[in-house]
Write a protein that binds this ligand. Structure first.
Ligand SMILES: *[C@@H]1O[C@H](CO)[C@@H](O)[C@H](O)[C@H]1NC(C)=O
Ligand SMILES: CC(=O)N[C@H]1CO[C@H](CO)[C@@H](O)[C@@H]1O
Length: 692
């Protein structure tokens, strides 16, 4: 196979970062706003293209696994372990704090991720896979290819595989990963005081690593202190103890680390685009490769699935020492040494001692981890059961609900996908024009305000995150904790009570989630908005767990800030204009929520463009130290409204809407329908059937 230059293949989208990225963390200056908002929808859509035949792709991957390219020879004549690492490091960047990271988008091809320390030499893995990508074209995304390569490798080496969720859509650049760092965006959204001890919302202790420094905290071989870091970072990716130990032991059942000499891997792609990670030891490849700077395999059969890793952790005494790459690693106490084949078997026939990293040893120092290590050492089936599920979760977590999974290998819905009851057949749904009429009656009789219904629907739907596709109103999780307890939902119980009679009239055929969305839609129309499309068929969850990670960061309080607002809008997947249109409509109606006082407009029963004129033209001052009031007018506002005038991408749209009411209403209609249906993957391709 021809080996293509990674830089050539994988493109360069983001400007090269500072040559000393970690120093950027040390700046004391309070962050200025540097985030920018999308003003158009730019994601290139590939969903029209039919998905590749995954069995055929797997066949090509298996063939590649057992080949070896002299430019980057395989270890032990098998690229399997290399592709497991590729898939893991592509998916393992996921974090629950904001749903960012993960392999959907295939952004490991771009900076910042491609130049991360933990992604050293993965440019070679991606280049090895490039001919397969070229063969299948748009029918196979890079993201799907990376994850399928790792998953197929596990299966090929005898490991347990639960299935494969296809359907990742590639991004055109690495911008969605800028908040992962090291970048100015990360400094603003998630500054890390000491790289190596980073906290949430970052996913890892160290920017540029997936979890922790495997050498130990701040490079110290302190296994006791490593365990809490391991637990902390895996929890930031929603992994519990049994999943964590299974993933580490499963990943380390395969392959070896590379650190032939202390000279290092060479420069990353953002510093040497032409010849990234050229390798400073000898030939730079095979037995001379330098990747992590550690050296050696974890097990004696590094291309075969087994639970030897756990047995070795328990059966030997381990001592730390400085390995050939100049880093702390662990070896079996001398009299009991164990050997494994080394290097690419094509070149070498030597054998190499097994080794462990400080983070591996930490699993025997923590009582809860040790118990699990013992269980997996004695029960291969328990290990296999936990690993197959944890691997599927690791690689599919950022894909959102199971309704986004495509292809012939999708396993049953898993807990982490927060499955909803199936979409009912459209024939069993109520006549929504009748429900609309009932809602209009309710509004005419003043039993409930248009403002309450609009706010309820918006608060329900705006939980959606375009980063990991969690949230949205489908499921009506606003009925349950934690959502119903959020301060922004303090009025929701009363609003839901007002809707109870309609819910009772239609019974099972009308879900709460359809009712909430339709009620907000009808309320806007009732108040003067254009007629909007409604899509039915949502179903209700039986708990609120699916919203566990979605606590709103924008609450209208004085602590809201422009960076947080911009971040929230970009997570929603809305453009600046879409967000302003919706906020303008919601804030055209009724009173300020909760304990705030007053109203935004002189006519709080009508959706028009007065709101935009008010916030742009009136002189607002701080009122009672918690909200704003227009001088000389009975017009009030929240901090969020003030941010609309401060953030240029938002105020620019507010001016357009203030000048042209029809334009505002047209934009509102599109934006509202978009966010209300942002989570409806279940009816993709069947909109005709479910939407009126
Ligand atoms: C971790 O989660 C998995 C999957 O839900 C479950 O099987 C396992 O029992 C959990 N472990 C712990 C310690 O809660
Ligand atoms: C028990 C065991 O395998 N001992 C070996 C340790 O390593 C030395 C040197 O490589 C061998 O000679 C021993 O047989």
């Amino acid at each position: 196979m021809k080996f293509l230059s990674a830089a050539l293949l994988l493109g360069l989208a983001t400007p090269a970062l500072s040559s000393c990225p970690y120093l950027a963390s040390l700046s004391d200056d309070s962050p200025q706003r540097q985030l920018t908002l999308k003003t158009e929808n730019t994601k290139s859509r590939t969903e029209q293209v039919e998905l590749a035949d995954l069995q055929a792709v797997k066949k090509d991957i298996v063939e590649l696994l057992h080949s070896s390219d002299p430019k980057w020879p395989s270890d032990y004549d098998n690229y399997g372990p290399f592709f497991v690492r590729l898939a893991w490091h592509c998916t393992g960047s996921y974090r629950t704090s904001d749903g960012r990271g993960g392999c959907d988008g295939g952004r490991q091809r771009f900076d910042p991720e491609r130049s991360w320390d933990d992604n050293t030499n993965l440019d070679k893995a991606r280049s090895l896979l490039a001919p397969i990508k070229e063969k299948y074209g748009l029918s196979l995304s890079w993201g799907d290819l990376f994850v399928l390569a790792g998953t197929t490798a596990i299966e090929d080496m005898g490991g347990p595989v639960l299935g494969f969720c296809a359907g990742r859509e590639d991004d055109d650049d690495g911008s969605a990963s800028l908040p992962l760092g090291p970048t100015a965006e990360q400094e603003i959204l998630a500054p890390c005081e000491t790289n190596g001890e980073c906290e949430e919302p970052l996913g890892s202790t160290t920017v540029g690593l997936i979890y922790v420094n495997p050498e130990g905290p701040m490079g110290q071989p302190d296994a006791d202190r490593s365990a809490p870091q391991v637990r902390d970072t895996f929890e930031r990716m929603a992994m519990n103890d049994t999943e964590t130990v299974a993933l580490i032991g499963g990943g380390h059942a395969f392959g070896k680390t590379h650190g032939a000499c202390p000279s290092g891997p060479g420069l990353p792609p953002n510093e040497d685009e032409e010849n990234p990670w050229s390798g400073e030891c000898g030939s730079g490849v095979g037995v001379d490769a330098f990747t992590s700077g550690f050296e050696g395999p974890w097990t004696t059969q590094p291309t075969q699935w087994d639970n030897e890793y756990f047995q070795s952790l328990l059966n030997y005494k381990w001592d730390s020492w400085i390995g050939p790459g100049g880093h702390n690693q662990w070896q079996v106490r001398k009299e009991q040494n164990v050997t494994a084949p080394s290097g690419p078997a094509a070149d070498g026939d030597g054998s190499q001692d097994i080794m462990m990293l400080t983070s591996d040893i930490s699993l025997t120092r923590d009582p809860a981890y040790l118990k699990i290590v013992k269980e997996y050492a004695s029960s291969l089936s328990s290990f296999e059961n936990q690993f197959s599920h944890a691997w599927y979760k690791l690689t599919s977590r950022d894909m959102g609900p199971v309704t986004r999974c495509k292809g012939s290998m999708v396993p049953p819905a898993q807990e982490f996908q927060y499955p909803l009851p199936p979409t009912p057949p459209s024939s069993s749904l109520p006549d929504f024009s009748k429900v609309r009429a009932s809602l209009a009656n309710l509004l005419s009789s003043n039993a409930v305000s248009a403002s309450s219904l609009t706010t309820l629907a918006w608060n329900c739907a705006s939980t959606f995150r375009s980063t990991d596709y969690l949230g949205g109103c489908n499921g009506a999780r606003i009925l349950f904790s934690p959502g119903k307890d959020w301060s922004i939902n303090s009025d929701s119980e009363d609003t839901l009570k007002a809707l109870q009679s309609i819910k009772d009239t239609y019974g099972e055929s009308l879900s709460w989630s359809d009712l909430i969305v339709l009620a907000g839609t009808v309320a806007l129309e009732f108040s003067g908005a254009d007629k909007m499309r409604f899509c039915g068929g949502r179903t209700d969850a039986s708990d609120g767990l699916g919203w566990s990670y979605l606590t709103p960061k924008i609450t209208g309080s004085l602590s809201d800030d422009s960076n947080i607002l911009i971040d929230e809008i970009s997570k929603l997947g809305l453009t600046a204009g879409e967000y302003v249109a919706i906020l303008g409509a919601v804030h055209s109606l009724g009173d300020l929520p909760g304990d705030y006082v007053g109203q935004w407009t002189s006519d709080p029963f009508t959706v028009d463009n007065e709101y935009f004129k008010n916030i742009l033209d009136l002189p607002f001052t701080l009122y009672e130290n918690r909200q704003y009031k227009a001088e000389g007018e009975e017009i009030y506002a929240l901090k969020t409204d003030m941010l609309i005038r401060e953030i240029p991408e938002l105020s620019s749209k507010a001016y357009d809407y203030a000048a042209d009411e029809d334009y505002f209403k047209g934009e509102l209609k599109n934006a509202w329908v978009k966010i209300m249906n942002a989570d409806r993957f279940d009816i993709e391709g069947r909109e005709e059937e479910y939407c009126e």
